[in-house]
Design a protein around this ligand. Structure first.
Ligand SMILES: Cc1ncc(COP(=O)(O)O)c(C=O)c1O
Length: 402
């Protein structure tokens, strides 16, 4: 063990936590590796395989020797595919120098934060939030300013709530629709109202649209940059192939926005990872340009599972769950289950409930506290229908007072 000044870690890293969702996943995987039959609702990744045409395209790229360094911000081919996607699907026009491809949407967000924030800048983050936003903001020296929402208002922030927390230090607002962890979505009209406040106060919008393709009940996804064209010059749109194309391991995300910010992000990327993996750049190009039938099949399957899991959760006494219109998460309110005993275990918090469910029922869920929302738990239904049925059966049993 080294001691003394030389081994002191930076204040930045000491201020942040490891990703709690990855930690739960690791715990569930460890139990599985010990031969324990754990059902995991913890993972934030599709359980489907990457579509065959994408895999074939990548294998072909390897065989053709596409294995060298590429342009830092991604190949022109992939940027073109992204530009075409924005034009066709979001009615948004971007040029090559307004796009940067990074190693997953998480890396895109990291680069955005590093490029934008100075020490003490404030960034507004609606809660429940994706676990990484506050820590990534702090890593960049910024102060997360949390706006709390709950299931009574469908987890939505309002323009008034935004105005209420704006100070002269406010630099950006993070939006995530469809949301991880709630699955909630904003309509075009709601986004246009949010945009008005941000225009008035000259606040940047960081719009994480990674779950764009996973929407249900005919909900029509809209990017805030499309809902209010005047906001586009102060908006960074983040998207990627991980969730829509079942490509989490390929690590491709992208950002579209003002070229000065994209250029700053490119500079950061040039001094850290350089280009994302050449093969993954090719695979993502095929994902965006190629056939899309498999996307719809996956979306329909998610919709079926969503309907099932939400119905089952609402049948459990003490649990109430909104029907989410997007992503692959259910985020039930479990506050009525708390401060009670289950099989001689006193459960006071969502964290204790998640621990109890893992120990007793061998079911992994993520406590709402990880998302800034105590009193809730998150279920990812990116797992088979059979697992969902069995997992909910086990939870029902573990919550029966015996
Ligand atoms: C809201 C949100 N943004 C970004 C990401 C990161 O995506 P990627 O795997 O492309 O880095 C995730 C993944 O869980 C997410 O849920």
């Amino acid at each position: 063990m080294c001691e003394g000044k030389i081994m002191l870690l930076s204040k930045r890293v000491q201020a942040i936590q490891p990703s709690p969702t990855l930690a739960i996943d690791a715990k569930a995987k460890k139990l599985k590796a010990q031969g324990i039959d754990v059902i995991s609702f913890g993972t934030g990744e599709p359980d489907f395989d990457t579509p065959q045409n994408i895999k074939d395209y990548a294998i072909d790229a390897i065989n053709k020797g596409f294995t060298k360094y590429c342009p830092v911000a991604g190949t022109a081919d992939l940027k073109n595919a992204i530009i075409n996607k924005f034009k066709a699907e979001n009615n948004l026009q971007y040029a090559q120098d307004e796009i940067i491809v990074s190693c997953g949407a998480k890396h895109s967000l990291y680069n955005v934060f590093q490029a934008l924030f100075n020490d003490g800048d404030e960034v507004i983050i609606p809660a429940p939030y994706w676990v990484s936003y506050p820590d990534m903001a702090m890593l960049a020296g910024a102060k997360p300013v949390i706006i709390k929402t709950d299931d009574k208002n469908s987890f939505k922030i309002t323009p008034d709530a935004i105005s209420g927390v704006i100070t002269e230090k406010t630099k950006a607002l993070i939006l995530n629709s469809p949301s991880n962890p709630t699955g909630g979505t904003y309509t075009r009209e709601e986004l246009a109202e949010i945009a008005k406040v941000c225009i008035e106060h000259k606040i940047l919008i960081i719009s994480d649209e990674i779950y764009e393709k996973l929407v249900y009940d005919n909900f029509k996804f809209c990017s805030i940059a499309e809902a209010a064209p005047e906001i586009k010059p102060q908006t960074l749109v983040i998207n990627g192939v991980s969730k829509a194309f079942a490509m989490t391991g390929w690590r491709i995300g992208y950002t579209a926005g003002p070229k000065e910010i994209i250029s700053a992000m490119t500079k950061i990327q040039s001094q850290s990872t350089s280009n994302p993996t050449s093969i993954s750049l090719k695979a993502a190009t095929e994902a965006l340009n190629g056939p899309k039938e498999s996307l719809e099949l996956m979306r329909l399957e998610f919709e079926k599972r969503r309907n099932y899991i939400v119905e089952r959760l609402n049948k459990i006494e003490g649990i109430s769950c909104l029907l989410p219109s997007g992503a692959f998460y259910a985020f039930p309110n479990i506050s009525k289950l708390l401060v009670k005993e289950y099989n001689d275990n006193l459960i006071n918090t969502d964290i204790e409930l998640a621990d109890y469910l893992l120990d007793r029922a061998k079911v992994a869920v993520v406590p709402g506290t990880a998302f800034g929302a105590p009193g809730y738990i998150r279920f990812s239904y990116a797992t088979s229908m059979k697992n969902i049925q069995e997992g909910i059966d086990r939870i029902e049993k573990a919550l029966k007072q015996q």
